[in-house]
Write a protein that binds this ligand. Structure first.
Ligand code: PLP
Length: 414
């Protein structure tokens, strides 16, 4: 239960966030964020920060990003009025269609933006890491487009689980390096990508896939994904006649949600709801509900909410959706939680799958299982807010999820 004192602190944090004071000079969003990295990485991060400051405001660079988004990514993505879901839920439901962006999800907005930045910074090659493979595919596509060699580190276990995405990356010209150290999944792949970057910090650019990692990555990725929220805001005004009453987005590392929420944070009358993976239940190890069930700690170069046990050991996570299956979250989300501006909750594996089935039947759209978590929460919220205008970020398409859907929704039906 929040005390009056804590409410005062939350309000002060929110005011500073709205005034654009975060990230501050130390790369912090209030108490969160920063840089928890080996000394050897600091010069590379300083160079990147200087580059971000210079290029993100440069009109020629902005025009270059916008041109790639318009002519190659397929932006603006549509806002779809979900007529059947609206009837079923007793609300007005609008879907922001990131599933229609090139490579099938929002991740390409960030990948092409950072690849363009890498060129401006004089990088000769790109390294990235990937868990489920979606960020690896987006990075490989962006690098092919810009003629940059791309190396993607991927845990050996993930390579086995995500074979179609490995094939896509290879077709797109990337070198996929299997990581057999540590847990042989995303965390080990991140370590290897960092090692590669440190060995040649000037010639190599490290392309991070979400609003995570050391400063300035959470800021950089937010700025590149905020196009989702900016377009949505204008489209809601045009197509729905006003701002939404509530905005829903799923939260893994936090990039589609941060990009969607950012332009709405100052509209205090708009409820912002981030939906995490509730997995099999609230017990440690059964979910990936970092903001809802975690505690602060350091992971991947930043201080943020984290799923850890009583001794501070990072927890194994579970989610039916590979893209949400991660124990950390971007530091700005931790701030927005502390400031009370965004409400975070979780939807279970079963709730997400049920919502996915409903979206298929009602709207003719196979959503990614990640995105379906946002649908599950939106549906519950609609039940207590009849007639409300609801905006949902449909972060990606579900074609990549067919193997999982065959073992769940389609089990015994083929
Ligand atoms: C990767 C992914 C996510 C989760 O990542 P965020 O950084 O939290 O956005 C969500 N949806 C889809 C479709 C993804 O591919």
């Amino acid at each position: 239960m929040a005390t009056a004192m804590q409410n005062g602190e939350a309000e002060a944090l929110l005011r500073r966030e709205l005034a654009g004071e975060f990230p501050d000079a130390r790369g912090r969003f209030g108490p969160y964020g920063g840089r928890y990295v080996p000394e050897t990485l600091v010069p590379a991060l300083d160079r990147l920060e200087a580059g971000v400051r210079r290029w993100l405001k440069d009109p020629a660079f902005v025009a270059e990003v916008e041109d790639q988004l318009a002519t190659w990514v397929g932006r603006p993505t549509p806002l779809t009025y979900a007529a059947a879901l609206s009837r079923r839920w007793g609300a007005e439901v609008y879907l922001k269609r990131e599933d229609l962006a090139h490579t099938g999800a929002h991740k390409i907005n960030n990948a092409i933006g950072q690849a363009l930045l890498a060129k401006r910074l004089g990088a000769r090659r790109i390294v990235a890491e990937t868990g489920a493979g979606q960020h690896g595919v987006a990075s490989a596509a962006a690098c092919a487009r810009l003629g940059l060699p791309c190396t993607v580190y991927m845990g050996a276990v993930d390579i086995e689980r995500q074979a179609p995405n490995v094939g896509r990356m290879k077709l797109l010209g990337a070198t996929v390096v299997p990581v057999t150290s540590g847990d042989q999944t995303l965390r080990a792949a991140i370590d290897e990508a960092l090692r590669d970057w440190v060995s040649d910090p000037n010639g190599t650019y490290y392309l991070i896939g979400s609003v995570v990692g050391p400063h300035p990555y959470p800021f950089l990725v937010r700025e590149l994904q905020a196009v989702i929220g900016r377009e949505s805001r204008a489209q809601m005004a045009r197509q729905a006649g006003g701002l939404p009453h509530a905005v829903f987005a799923c939260v893994g590392g936090g990039s589609n949600s941060m990009g969607m929420f950012h332009p709405f944070v100052g509209d205090r009358e708009v409820a912002l709801i981030g939906v995490e993976a509730g997995g099999r239940g609230p017990a440690l190890g059964d979910n990936s509900a970092t903001l809802t069930l975690g505690r602060p700690g350091v992971l991947q170069g930043a201080y943020s909410m984290l799923l850890q046990d009583a001794d501070g050991q990072i927890q194994e996570t579970h989610s039916v959706s590979a893209g949400l299956d991660y124990p950390g979250v971007g530091p700005e989300h931790s701030l927005l939680l502390a400031a009370g501006r965004v409400h975070y909750e979780f939807a279970s594996d079963d709730e997400a799958l049920e919502a996915l089935a409903e979206c298929c039947a009602a709207e003719g759209i196979i959503a990614a299982i990640e995105s379906a978590h946002a649908f599950a929460s939106a549906r519950k919220w609609a039940a207590t807010h009849p007639g409300a205008r609801i905006l949902i970020c449909l972060s990606g398409r579900g074609d990549k999820d067919m193997p999982t859907l065959q073992q769940t929704l389609l089990k015994g039906k083929l």
